[in-house]
Design a protein around this ligand. Structure first.
Ligand code: IBG
Length: 221
C-alpha cells in the first residue's frame, strides 16, 4: 500500500472530478483505478467494496468511502479546506450545494441526445448567468476578499473555479459580465497546487467526448 488515496471510477470527469480537484488543491497525490467495462463495476460490487453498489469510491485512511459529498467533506475537513468555524462551514456548504446544482447540468451536457443538446446548453447559460454566477459575483463584491469564505482557501473556491472553467468550455464568453469572477478565476488558478493541476499531463480529465459516451453508459447501465 502506497498510503495514497485510491480513486475508483471511469477515466473521465463525471462525479469524480470535483474529488480529484480537491485532492490536487490540497497537494495530495492520489492513484486511480479506472473502470473500463461493466464487468469491472460488477467485480467491485461483488467484492463488497461499494456500500450502495455505486462509484465514485475512494480508498482513504483504511476506509472505502462512497457518496461524493461524504468523500469531499472528509477530504476538505482533513486538509483544512472547510472554513475556520461552524458558520464559515455553513456558508461554504450553501455555496457548494448551489455550485453542485450547476455542476450537474454541466456534467451531463455531453450525455444529452443530439436533439436535446441545444436546449440543454441554453438552460446551462440561463442558469449560470441569471441564477448562480450573480450570487458568487455579489459575495466577492460585498466582502472584497480573495476567497469566497473567510481568509483561506476552501472547497467552495475549488469547486467554483472548476465550475467556471467548465462553463467556459460550453460558452467561452460566459464570464463576460462577471468581472470579479474573472479575477477570482485568475487568482485561484495561480495557487501553486491548482496551477500544477491545470498543467497538461496532470490527472485532471478532459470533457467526456461524444464518441466515449456509449462506452460510459454501458459501464453504468
Ligand atoms: N449519490 C451518489 C454519489 O454522489 O456518489 C451517486 C453515485 C452515482 O450515480 N454513481 C453511478 C453508478 O455507480 C456512476 S456516475 N452507477 C451504477 C449503479 O448501479 O447505480 C454516473 C453518471 C455519469 C455522468 I458517468 C453523469 C451522471 C451520472
Amino acid at each position: 500500500m502506497s498510503g495514497k488515496p485510491k480513486l475508483h471510477y471511469f477515466n473521465g470527469r463525471g462525479r469524480m472530478e470535483p474529488i480529484r480537484w480537491l485532492l490536487a488543491a490540497a497537494g495530495v497525490e492520489f492513484e486511480e483505478c479506472f473502470l473500463e467495462t461493466k464487468d469491472d463495476l460488477i467485480k467491485l460490487q461483488k467484492g463488497g467494496s461499494l456500500l450502495f453498489q455505486q462509484v465514485p469510491m475512494v480508498e482513504i485512511d483504511g476506509m472505502k468511502m462512497v457518496q461524493t459529498r461524504a468523500i469531499s467533506n472528509y477530504i476538505a475537513t482533513k486538509y483544512n479546506l472547510y472554513g475556520k468555524d461552524l458558520k464559515e462551514r455553513a456558508l461554504i456548504d450553501m455555496y457548494v450545494e448551489g455550485l453542485l446544482d450547476l455542476y450537474e447540468l454541466l456534467m451531463t451536457h455531453n450525455f444529452q441526445p443530439a436533439d436535446k443538446k441545444e436546449q440543454h446548453l441554453a438552460t446551462i447559460v440561463d442558469k449560470a448567468t441569471n441564477r448562480y454566477f450573480p450570487v458568487y459575483e455579489k459575495v466577492l463584491r460585498d466582502h472584497g476578499q480573495d476567497f469566497l469564505v473567510g481568509k483561506q482557501l476552501s472547497k467552495g473556491d475549488v469547486l467554483l473555479l472548476e465550475t467556471l472553467l467548465m462553463a467556459e468550455e460550453c460558452k467561452p464568453d460566459i464570464l463576460a459580465k462577471f468581472p470579479l469572477l474573472q479575477s477570482f478565476k485568475a487568482r485561484i488558478s495561480n495557487i501553486p497546487t491548482i496551477k500544477k493541476f491545470l498543467q497538461p499531463g496532470s490527472q485532471r480529465k478532459p470533457p467526456t467526448q461524444e464518441k466515449d459516451v456509449p462506452k460510459v453508459i454501458k459501464i453504468f447501465h
